[in-house]
Ligand binder design. Sequence first.
Ligand SMILES: NC(=O)c1ccc[n+]([C@@H]2O[C@H](COP(=O)([O-])OP(=O)(O)OC[C@H]3O[C@@H](n4cnc5c(N)ncnc54)[C@H](O)[C@@H]3O)[C@@H](O)[C@H]2O)c1
Length: 262
Amino acid sequence: MALLTGKKALVTGARKGIGRGAAIRLAAEGADVGVNDIVDDGVTHETASLVRERGRKASVHVGDVSSLEGIDQTMDDFLSQHGRIDILVNNAIFPGQSKPLFDVDEAYWDSMMELSLKGYFFAAQRAAREMVDQGGGGSIVCLSSVHAFRAFQDWTVYGVAKAGLRRMVKGLAVDLAGTGINANCIAPGYIDNRLPESGLEPEPDDLSDKPGQALRIPSSRGGVPSDIAGAVVFLCSDMGGYVNGETLLVDGGMIASGGILD
Ligand SMILES: NC(=O)c1ccc[n+]([C@@H]2O[C@H](COP(=O)([O-])OP(=O)(O)OC[C@H]3O[C@@H](n4cnc5c(N)ncnc54)[C@H](O)[C@@H]3O)[C@@H](O)[C@H]2O)c1
C-alpha cells in the first residue's frame, strides 16, 4: 500500500540529483509533487513528467529559494495549484560547494548561508505556518550532509551550513511541539547526482577507481538518489512520524568508518 496517498509535497532544487529522486519516490508513494528549481529547462519539466508517469499531479515552480521573495512566490504558486502543503523537502544547492580556506570570500560565504541556512529556514517557517493553519500535521525534511559530522578539506563553509541545519531541525521540532509536524535532516554521503544517459539515475559507482573510498564506505559502493529518497519517504510517512529533530545519516557507513573523501 502506498505510504503517502493524497499528500502534497514541495521539493526544492528538484530538477536533478537527490531532489529529482525524492520527487519521483514521493509520487510513487501517492503524493502530488511541486518541482521547484532555479533553472527552467527541459530537464526540470522532465522531472514533473516523471511524477505524472506515476499517476500523480505535478507542477513546476521556477524560483530562487535563497530569497524570501523567491520562497513566497514558490510557496504561493504551489498552494494555488495544490491547495495545501503536507511535505517540504529543502534540498536546493548550487554547484561548486567546496573552496580552499584562503579562497573563501564574503560573496561565497553569503551565498552559501543565504541558500542553505536562510533559505531553508524561511521555507520551513512558511511551510510550517501553512501546515498549522491547515490544522496541523506534516513533515519538513532538510538535506544536510556528512560534512555536518566531520571536517573534510576545503569544505568548511558548506560544512558550517550543513551543521547549522542539524541544529535548525532540533529547534523546529521544539518550536512546533503539539502541531503534529516533524522536522528532520537527512545527511547523505557520496551520492552520484549526474543525469543518467538512460534510466532514472546512474548505476551505483562500484568505487573500483577510488580504492581509498572503497575502504571507507562499508556498503562498498557510492550512493544514488533513490538511496536518499527512501529515507525521505520514511521520515514523511507514518513509519517515521515519531522521528523528530533528528539527522539521519544515509552514507553507506562512511561516517561510522571515519571516512575521508579522496
Ligand atoms: N550529492 C551528494 O553527494 C550530496 C552529499 C551530501 C549532501 N547533499 C545535499 O543534498 C542536496 C541535493 O544535492 P544534489 O547533489 O542532488 O544537488 P544537484 O546539484 O544535483 O541539484 C541541486 C539543484 O538545486 C538547484 N538550485 C540551485 N540553487 C537554487 C536556488 N537558489 N533555488 C532553487 N533551486 C536551486 C540546482 O539548479 C539543481 O537543480 C543538497 O542540499 C546537497 O548539499 C548532496
